[in-house]
Design a protein around this ligand. Structure first.
Ligand code: EPZ
Length: 427
């Protein structure tokens, strides 16, 4: 298994291209199941999770054509052709490796009238139930059965009638499943307290390009007038706001200046507010963002929340940055119950962090030192890399398959701005 070796202390400077957003791509790909016509996605990141989803799509008989496959290219253009679905079953072996597989449930059900998808099971950051995905589909007229670890969803003859659903908790994935299904129903559906993350807006924009009729895009109340047929479309995946935020933290912790090519400030308001409060300067224009940290970093209090609040996917990376900030910061993780797995590893690098339930108290600034650490999930892994960039000496990060799921060509991008980082095979 590969590991990353990072020698800290280099000030990052230069340009990093920001890839297409993983979490947008993972909901745009299953949209191809909603139509017989080809759907082409541009700017798809090259990531293990995207390859995994591609694999899942072939399980349903979807043909995929990939362009932009040269190793030196960032991003890919992939066309999905779902003219004839040969299966509506997502098996355990594929779903257990990637929770986002649950996002095929809504589109398969709406298109084929039935879908059988393995329950995803547990996850390192929390229980992550899928009850809201199922309740929303039931509200649209689906019959749901749970049997032998699988969800079996059936639509009445003639298709889903559509209906209303009020989310008791904001859920990105359940909103995505509901939107995809509601777009191809016989009636009008309304979603209240829906997630309104930029990735949801990206999904609505693709569905609209495919002929869906959605009102309230970008708000938490959505009205979807179902249509009988959706058409194909060509669509460019939005830039990855979490990748951009992660590299902003990396630049800042080294006192560096980095241009994030393609990053979109409008999607990153809460992250950028947090960074500015910490003392990081950010300038943005329509082609990207420049992040500069040449003064002292200051402690700040942060609380994660659904968009437009601070993304839970940025909590770990900001925590690393706060280890180098003057004063005491209090962090609250309100979305997932177990998202402080990086804390013990950061403490092994010299961080002073205390956790109690969903609260973490970070005292800084501390001198970080290199250590052998273990990645536990995607964003936790990134927080270790950020800390390593500012640490004295060498850090070895193991279990980096987590990173390959969500950061396209990570070490290459960091090398571009002067980081001393290399990937080596583990002995
Ligand atoms: C998405 O996960 C993202 N994944 C996550 O990114 C992200 O952390 C999360 O949204 C929150 O922003 C993808 O987009 C592929 P949720 P999702 O449903 O959709 C509870 C990363 O690192 N809930 O919004 O699974 C749930 O337990 C990843 O890139 C229910 O109770 O998250 C959680 O507490 C990790 N019942 C809260 O809602 C449900 O049916 C929000 O989860 C669904 C969710």
């Amino acid at each position: 298994m590969d590991k990353l070796i990072i020698r800290g202390g280099n000030r990052l400077s230069g340009r990093i291209p920001i890839s297409g957003a993983k979490n947008a791509a993972l909901t745009l790909i299953p949209c191809a199941l909603l139509t017989e016509e080809p759907v082409t996605l541009r700017n798809l990141p090259r990531l293990a999770d995207i390859d995994g989803f591609q694999h899942l799509m072939t399980q349903f008989g979807v043909a995929t054509g990939i362009r932009g496959n040269r190793p030196e290219d960032f991003g890919r253009v992939v066309t999905y052709e779902s003219g004839h679905l040969t299966s509506t079953v997502a098996p355990y072996d594929l779903v257990r490796k990637m929770r986002a597989s649950i996002l095929v449930l809504g589109p398969l059900l709406a298109r084929a009238g039935e879908a059988t998808v393995s329950l995803p099971g547990g996850c390192a950051i929390g229980n992550r139930p899928i009850d809201l995905h199922l309740k929303a589909l039931e509200a649209f007229g689906a019959q749901i059965e749970l049997t032998q670890g699988y969800v079996k969803a059936m639509a009445p003859d003639g298709g889903l009638p559509g209906g209303d659903f009020d989310f008791p908790v904001v859920s990105v994935g359940a909103t995505e499943n509901a939107l995809m299904a509601a777009s191809l129903t016989n009636g009008t559906s309304r979603l209240f307290n829906a997630a309104r993350e930029p990735e949801i807006v990206d999904l609505c924009n693709l569905l609209t390009a495919m002929g869906a009729e959605i009102e309230g895009i970008g708000t938490s109340d959505l009205t979807i007038h179902g249509v009988k047929k959706l058409n194909g479309a060509t669509y460019k995946v939005m830039p990855d706001r979490i990748e951009a935020g992660s590299y902003a933290c990396a630049a800042a912790i080294t006192g560096g200046e980095v241009r994030l090519e393609g990053a979109c400030e409008a999607d990153m308001h809460s992250t950028n507010t947090a960074l500015r409060n910490i003392g990081v300067e950010i300038e943005s224009d329509k082609h990207g963002m420049t992040v500069r940290a040449d003064g002292p970093l200051k402690a700040t209090n942060l609380s994660t929340a659904p968009f437009p609040g601070l993304a839970t996917d940025m909590q770990a990376q900001l925590m690393s940055l706060l280890c180098k900030a003057e004063g005491t910061s209090v962090l609250k993780e309100t979305i997932f119950e177990n998202r402080y797995m990086h804390v013990p590893e950061l403490m092994r690098m010299g961080a002073d962090v205390e956790t109690e339930g969903r609260t973490a108290i970070v005292r800084g600034p501390v001198d970080l030192t290199g250590a052998e650490v273990m990645a536990t999930d995607l964003r936790a892994s990134m927080s270790l890399i950020i800390a390593a960039l500012a640490a004295e000496g060498e850090t070895q990060v193991r279990r980096i398959y987590h990173l390959d799921r969500g950061y396209e060509r990570l070490e290459e991008k960091l090398q571009l701005v002067g980081a001393d980082i290399e990937r080596v095979g583990d002995e």
